[in-house]
Design a protein around this ligand. Structure first.
Ligand code: B12
Length: 428
């Protein structure tokens, strides 16, 4: 082979390599540090703090938490089965939502269990019923909206699929229609997470040979999802934003259509993700749980046949570096509320690196400001401000003035000195 031949051979090889989406050779200490951040959350076993996504993320990662992991699954089972299988309809303990039930089923599968028996059948029927209700809410002419979201709708189909449970074609049809026709699956919010979840569900159906009548439509929709996600890549390399990139990569990794464009986009996303990791952008346990699988070249679709024997590194708790007791430095943050019926503006002083939640608490103690939250798998979700609860398809948006939506919730976002944070009631 001449020089030119050798060069072409080499380039061909590189081209082939760059066709698939892989995030390999990530520094193992970085990955371990991410895993360590999950450990304290695995000690929180109250029903509102249990998070099946943490379990799924860990089982699809290269890490394990030893006995803590088994204990966590046990607590998940007790809590979810008790609230989902009891006939007690009182609202004393809110029942898990459709998406939470779906994540619980993914957690069982991550432990190589299939739902079975009377209890298992009941969980499957409940999830199918949830999906049927949502299908009804979307309506025959697709003009309505699911009560939860298309994200949870996709998650529900995916969870049943990894358990080899078939849903009616008309249920999958609604998600296909949304991908085919809806420009913004979620208005006012980047749709990448939702598209990725829908794509993971379609990939699972294809690989599991379910809903065969919809095979061609699913293939076309998957191509569309991939195309839209690639188009949403930012100049830095994220798909949508830093926090939608993990799910986007899960979908692209499971892609059945490798192309050179895909390989290159994934390499760029990997660089952007690694930079975000260095900047400690991943602190939230839910976000870490969506990221860990891709750092182990896995996606939720791998739950079709998970490898429960794969060796995983045992996580040791992080060693605490004792913090020096210093007089805290204070910063000023202005809190602004705007909606059609109320306006509020007040500056509060809080210690450096306080969270936005600390700012809200301080404002509540020292001015006429009031707020309410609801526990979620992502942390405390702001539900009401000054007595005004967000209605159906409305939410209290968090912005850094003048107009930049925050990429983190009230517990995770740490305002800087002099910043103005606005709470704005908007529709979605
Ligand atoms: C749907 C969705 C929304 C919907 C929720 C309403 C609904 N009925 O579903 C709307 C559009 C209102 C929304 C709002 C926000 N969201 Co949102 N949302 C999602 C999405 C796509 C799915 C959530 C879900 O259903 N999960 C599955 C179910 C089973 O879990 P769950 O905990 O029971 O779900 C509830 C919570 O997730 C809650 N929720 C939704 N978003 C957020 C964000 C935060 C920070 C918290 C604490 C709770 C929360 O609403 C869900 C339904 O009740 C995720 C994507 C993802 N990758 O996870 C982003 C996501 C969680 N959201 C995000 C953000 C940043 C926000 C906002 C803070 C944006 C803003 N600047 O205002 C606000 C929340 C503000 C507040 N009031 O506290 C980020 C969080 C990143 C992070 N660092 O944690 C994500 C990952 C999207 C992204 N890629 O940026 N969101």
């Amino acid at each position: 082979m001449g020089c030119l031949g050798a060069l072409l051979f080499l380039l061909g090889g590189l081209g082939a390599l760059a066709q698939i989406c892989e995030i390999t050779e990530v520094d193992s200490t970085l990955v371990e540090r991410l895993g360590q951040r999950l450990l304290p959350w695995m000690d929180r076993l109250s029903p509102e703090q249990l998070n099946p996504s943490i379990y799924v993320g860990l089982r699809l990662s290269s890490l394990q938490a030893g006995a803590k992991e088994a204990h966590y699954l046990h607590s998940l089972k007790l809590s979810y089965q008790q609230s989902l299988l009891s006939n007690d309809n009182s609202d004393s303990e809110a029942k898990p939502s459709m998406g939470q039930l779906a994540l619980y089923l993914l957690a069982l599968r991550a432990n190589c269990e299939f739902v079975r028996g009377r209890k298992g059948d009941s969980l499957v029927s409940q999830l199918k019923r949830f999906l049927e209700d949502e299908k009804g809410a979307i309506g025959h002419n697709h003009q309505g909206h699911p009560h939860t979201s298309y994200y949870q709708y996709g998650l529900g189909i995916l969870a049943l699929c990894v358990h080899q449970k078939r849903v009616h074609d008309s249920v999958v049809g609604k998600l296909l229609y949304a991908v085919e026709h809806k420009q913004h699956l979620q208005q006012g919010h980047l749709p990448v997470d939702t598209l990725a979840m829908a794509g993971l569900a379609f990939s699972c159906l294809k690989l599991s040979n379910l809903n065969r009548n919809l095979r061609n439509r699913s293939t076309v929709a998957l191509g569309r999802v991939q195309e839209k996600i690639l188009k949403a890549q930012t100049p830095e390399g994220h798909f949508g934003n830093v926090y939608s990139t993990p799910l986007a990569l899960q979908l692209l990794m499971a892609s059945l259509r490798p192309t050179v464009e895909l390989g290159t986009a994934c390499l760029k996303a990997k660089a952007a993700l690694l930079a975000s990791l260095q900047h400690k952008a991943f602190q939230n346990p839910l976000m870490i749980s969506q990221l860990l699988p891709i750092l182990n070249q896995k996606s939720y679709v791998d739950l079709i046949s998970p490898d429960c024997e794969a060796p995983r590194v045992l996580l040791e708790p992080a060693t605490e570096t004792p913090s020096q007791t210093q007089v805290p430095e204070f910063i000023h943050v202005t809190l602004k509320v705007s909606s059609t019926f109320l306006s509020y503006r007040h500056s509060v002083s809080v210690p450096v690196s306080s969270s936005l939640e600390d700012v809200l608490k301080k404002a509540q103690e020292h001015s006429r400001f009031t707020y309410g939250t609801q526990a979620s798998l992502s942390g405390p979700y702001l539900t009401s401000v000054m007595g005004n609860k967000a209605g159906e398809r409305e939410f209290w948006q968090l912005l850094r003035a003048p107009d930049t939506p925050l990429l983190q919730g009230i517990a995770d976002y740490r305002p800087r000195d002099g910043e103005t944070i606005e709470l704005r009631l908007v529709g979605w």
